[in-house]
Design a protein around this ligand. Structure first.
Ligand SMILES: Cc1cc2nc3c(=O)[nH]c(=O)nc-3n(C[C@H](O)[C@H](O)[C@H](O)COP(=O)(O)O)c2cc1C
Length: 304
């Protein structure tokens, strides 16, 4: 998730456990190919067999609208060590959409299919290519057709965020609209949107029929959510992390950044803003650090 789930956060969350894979923030291609160091900066796990420190595979997500550029960039990323490529057809940002990227492409399913086909044919057969889409731009009416076009173009699995671009991030996700997509596809469909608890997963599964799920904001609101889901699938039950356990993760996240990294206070505030939706203690901590501007002062508050 762009600006939120970067490499240090991927390391932290996957170390808690429960993930089969995770995805980088999107890497945007618009004005030509990117140099190798950009891939490494954005996706430092490249230097570690494309795995987080805990061993979870990391998928590189690319965003763009030019099939040849995306194909060449995917091939370059694979030459650098990427093990799977995901294509972003869901970003609702006006800036990205004005350049025909992200969710804007939902208005041009033929172009989406061209992108998938170009990327697929540029990569070795063993490298999975996946697509992340929304239900549509302003209407979900063409969701099944779009997903089928992506499947025919060669995508190995599709993740559908069960909202349109115009829905933004507002609840509720429309899980019922995932069922006809799943029933039309022969490849796996990964459900996404509003899965914030084990109970949400159960209801989403019942309504959509989807076996696979991608977590979004829920992973940030409840950092052990993936672990809880895995335990539930194994007929096990684990005690959910409470605020006191989660609070201890905040300084650990800061330690995962290279010394001198800028903007860390903002990162912590952003995460606390998500955590406080679930944990009252996070709201109090957020208030206590809201006006602080340096990480040492934040760490002093977190240590109390
Ligand atoms: C701040 C933010 C950044 C995001 N960045 C990305 C991204 O880079 N790539 C992507 O595929 N989805 C991105 N998303 C969308 C999420 O992956 C997910 O599809 C969406 O939040 C719906 O799931 P949720 O309701 O469980 O959060 C982002 C969402 C948010 C809120």
């Amino acid at each position: 998730m762009e600006g939120v789930i970067d490499a240090p956060m991927r390391r932290l969350l996957t170390a808690i456990g429960g993930y089969d894979a995770c995805v980088t923030e999107f890497l945007r291609l618009s004005d030509g190919e990117l140099p190798a160091h950009t891939y490494h900066k954005h996706f430092p796990e490249l230097a570690h067999d494309s795995q987080t420190a805990g061993g979870t595979p990391v998928i590189l997500q690319l965003l763009g609208s030019e099939p040849e550029l995306l194909a060449a960039s995917a091939a370059r990323a694979v030459a650098l060590g990427a093990i799977a490529i995901d294509l972003n057809f869901g970003c609702p940002s006006r800036f990205v959409n004005r350049k025909q990227g992200g969710a804007a492409l939902l208005k041009e399913p033929e172009r989406m299919a061209q992108i998938v086909a170009a990327v697929r044919s540029a990569l070795p057969a063993g490298i999975p290519v996946s697509a992340k889409m929304r239900l549509g731009y302003d209407t979900p009416d063409r969701a099944v057709d779009i997903a089928l076009a992506l499947e025919q173009a060669g995508t190995d699995f599709i993740t559908v965020h069960a909202r349109t671009r115009d829905d933004g991030y507002r609840a509720p996700a429309r899980w019922e609209l995932l069922r006809p997509i799943r029933e039309s596809l022969t490849i796996p469909l990964v459900a996404n949107g509003d899965i914030n608890s084990v109970d949400d997963w159960r209801r989403c599964h019942e309504i959509s029929g989807c076996e696979h799920v991608m977590l979004g904001r829920g992973a940030l609101m409840q950092p052990d959510l993936a672990l809880q889901l895995r335990a539930w699938h194994r007929d096990d039950e684990i005690e959910a992390m409470q605020w006191r356990d989660i609070q201890a993760l905040l300084p650990i996240l800061l330690e995962h950044y290279a010394p001198g990294t800028r903007g860390l206070c903002a990162r912590i505030k952003q995460w606390l803003a998500m955590l406080r939706q679930r944990h009252a203690g996070a709201a109090a901590t957020f208030d206590a650090i809201r006006t602080l501007k340096d990480t040492d002062s934040v760490l002093a508050v977190l240590a109390v």
